[in-house]
Design a protein around this ligand. Structure first.
Ligand code: GAR
Length: 207
């Protein structure tokens, strides 16, 4: 059984997708042992509490030095026996301190088909605004391992979503979540919990 720690910043619908997938057996051999938010009042914390999962708040903005924030995140995760960290709508870019403590043990969900609309500045609604402004006809979501390049780690799963003429950024964001993120994030976690994938030369392959 792999102990999972989830990092959140906001609404927590991806966290909810993970909670539901553990409950209904789409994720096996994994247990969410802690949910950590970098913001007070994130609704994701309520979702965790409702599911009986212990929560922790470390307000990133209160740290002058990002490495100190990361050190506290690592300490919390280690204290809880966390073996896999899932960034589920977590809006902080993490650096060496966290990455070296959890090498190839951190995954992130991003609301586009990487390498489109990703990297610094592309998060949340901005991603969908950029996709609509560019006029792409297909977008989607990606789950990837986290490395030192923002949104640049090995890709685990992707799922496409068609763009419609009637889409606004908000409508598109919701559809990408429903049709892609909430599907592939639990799937990726299940693959990892069951040792089904490995990374070879930066590419994710079946184990
Ligand atoms: C999701 O769309 C997630 O992919 C995105 O923020 C939203 C969070 O929603 N994450 C990023 O943009 C990270 N670069 P949630 O809090 O309801 O899961």
């Amino acid at each position: 059984m792999l102990n999972i720690g989830v990092l959140v910043s906001g609404g927590g619908t991806n966290l909810q997708a993970l909670i539901d997938a553990v409950d209904d057996g789409r994720i096996t051999n994994g247990k969410i042992v802690t949910v950590l938010s970098n913001r007070e009042g994130a609704y994701a914390l309520k979702r965790a509490e409702q599911a009986g999962i212990p929560t922790k708040i470390l307000v990133s903005k209160q740290y002058a030095d990002r490495a100190d924030f990361e050190r506290d995140v690592v300490a919390h995760m280690k204290a809880n026996g966390v073996e896999l960290i899932v960034m589920a709508g977590f809006m902080c870019i993490m650096g060496e301190t966290l990455l070296s403590a959890y090498q190839n043990k951190i995954i992130n969900v991003h609301p586009s088909l990487i390498p489109s609309f990703c990297g610094d500045g592309y998060y949340g609604l901005h991603v969908h605004e950029a996709a609509l402004a560019r006029g792409v006809k297909v977008t989607g979501a990606t789950v990837h391992f986290v490395n030192e390049i923002t949104d640049g780690g090995p890709i685990i799963l992707q799922k496409s979503v068609d763009i419609l003429d009637s889409d606004t950024p908000e409508i598109l964001q919701k559809r990408v979540m429903e049709e892609a993120e909430w599907v592939i994030l639990p799937k990726a976690v299940d693959l990892i919990c069951n040792n089904k994938i490995k990374i070879i030369d930066n590419i994710v392959r079946e184990a």
